[in-house]
Design a protein around this ligand. Structure first.
Ligand code: NAP
Ligand code: GDD
Length: 357
């Protein structure tokens, strides 16, 4: 009997890590999923997503400690499990936080992938392992052309993106210099019910849900930012497909559809049976509830713009051209923005017994 393929997922406790673990187990991989040592449980998302998998699948999963700031932990796990595929999803992934903690962000997001690639090389595994790096549409930054494809030049505007650009370049260098099968997925924003709560989509869903219950308003920054939002479940399929190519190559992954933060608020409100009217401008702008079954909510402020949520530099507009992924890997996103909103809202109403941090 042919041995199962072994995949190492570094950063399995995050949104994508949970979806990718589930996807690879369903494809009959043995999965080694890493978590960081923390003082409290941090595997809730993984546990939630794996709860529908049968126990045979669970037997193929091993959850191990590893941290990309700790070279030894990375080297040891590679040496112990000798994986066929390594997915580096680990990151300090919040753009605004990267302005507060630029050095830490660089350590995890830039030096982390360096440590993994060097460990692969030094352990003599460069012909065995295929490596995936979680790159990002944030690299396009202050965007130089629309829509953004693999050919669009980068123009980063945050410490997060600067660190990710270092990693992106490194993947190319290790691919060309050492012939490692390494590629980067340039992923546009992707969301899900288990999105971290300080990203704008989850913050809006949770905030409007709370408004319905307790009339507290949700405070946001730039309502006019435009993003190309897809679903994490669709995007992890592409991460796997990228490592099944004959030759390693980078791909842009996105939906090709634009939505503003303001429109996202309106979609979520509508899905919860509420409507709102925008009043005022700039940091004085508010969204006032104009329609609700509960008449006590009408006239109350649902959304407030707050200066503290603006960034020192902003990526105003992102839009993907993922035609290469469509033509070479036959990949298409399956979930549109209305379905994403619907899933996120339904999850919020179900009140899962864990908090998405
Ligand atoms: P996420 O939910 O923030 O997950 C990040 C993961 O990295 C978590 O498992 C986290 O562990 C882990 N991690 C953080 N620091 C680490 C360290 N020092 N060592 C090992 N693991 C560490 O992010 P995501 O949305 O799933 O995104 C996955 C990757 O894709 C990230 O690299 C992100 O930058 C990139 N990306 C995301 C998007 C998007 O829209 N979601 C788009 C483009 C690129 P804890 O659970 O312990 O915090
Ligand atoms: N987080 C947050 N909180 N963002 C807000 C808020 C707020 O209160 N108000 C407005 N925004 C705007 C941000 O300024 C940004 O323009 C947009 O909403 C999306 O913000 P996030 O959800 O934090 O995502 P991001 O686009 O900055 O970064 C995400 O996508 C990248 C890919 O483009 C992250 O997942 C990154 O890790 C990823 O690389």
């Amino acid at each position: 009997m042919k041995d199962k393929k072994v995949a190492l997922i570094i950063g399995s406790t995050g949104q994508d890590g949970a979806y990718l673990t589930s996807h690879l187990l369903k494809l009959d991989y043995k999965v080694v999923a890493t978590r960081r040592r923390t003082s409290m449980l941090n595997t809730q998302r993984l546990d939630w997503i794996l709860s529908d998998l049968k126990s045979e699948k669970e037997k193929n999963l091993s959850v191990e400690y590893a941290d990309v700031t700790d070279t030894l932990s990375i080297t040891k796990i590679l040496d112990k499990f000798l994986p066929d595929e390594v997915y580096n999803l680990s990151a300090q992934s919040h753009v605004a936080v990267s302005f507060e903690q630029p050095e830490y962000t660089a350590n995890v997001n830039a030096l982390g992938p360096l440590r993994i690639l060097e460990a692969i090389r030094m352990l003599g595994l460069r012909k065995k392992i295929k490596f995936y790096q979680a790159s990002t549409s944030e690299l396009f930054g202050n965007v130089l052309s629309w829509p953004q494809s693999e050919e669009t030049p980068f123009n980063v505007v945050s410490p997060y993106a600067a660190a990710k650009q270092f990693a992106h370049n490194l993947v190319k260098i290790y691919r060309e210099a050492y012939d490692i099968f390494a590629c980067s997925g340039i992923l546009f924003n992707h969301e899900s019910p288990i999105r971290g709560s300080n990203f704008v989509t989850k913050k809006i869903v949770r905030g409007i849900f709370e408004f319905q219950k307790s009339q507290t308003s949700v405070q946001l920054g730039n309502l006019d930012a435009i993003r190309d939002w897809g679903h994490a479940r669709d995007y992890v399929q592409m991460q796997h497909l990228m490592l099944q190519q004959k030759q390693p190559r980078d791909f842009v992954i996105g939906t090709g559809k634009e939505t503003t933060v303001r429109e996202f608020v309106e979609l979520v409100s509508h899905r919860m049976g509420l409507e709102l009217e925008w009043q005022g401008r700039g940091v004085k702008e508010v969204g006032v509830c104009s329609k609700a079954d509960n008449k006590n909510l009408i006239g109350k402020i649902m959304v407030k713009v707050d200066q503290q949520y603006f960034r020192p530099l902003e990526v105003e507009r992102l839009l993907a051209d993922a035609s290469l992924a469509r033509s070479k890997l036959n990949w298409m996103p399956e979930t549109n923005i209305t379905q994403i909103v619907d899933e996120m809202v339904r999850f919020e109403f179900k009140k899962p017994n864990f908090d998405v941090i």
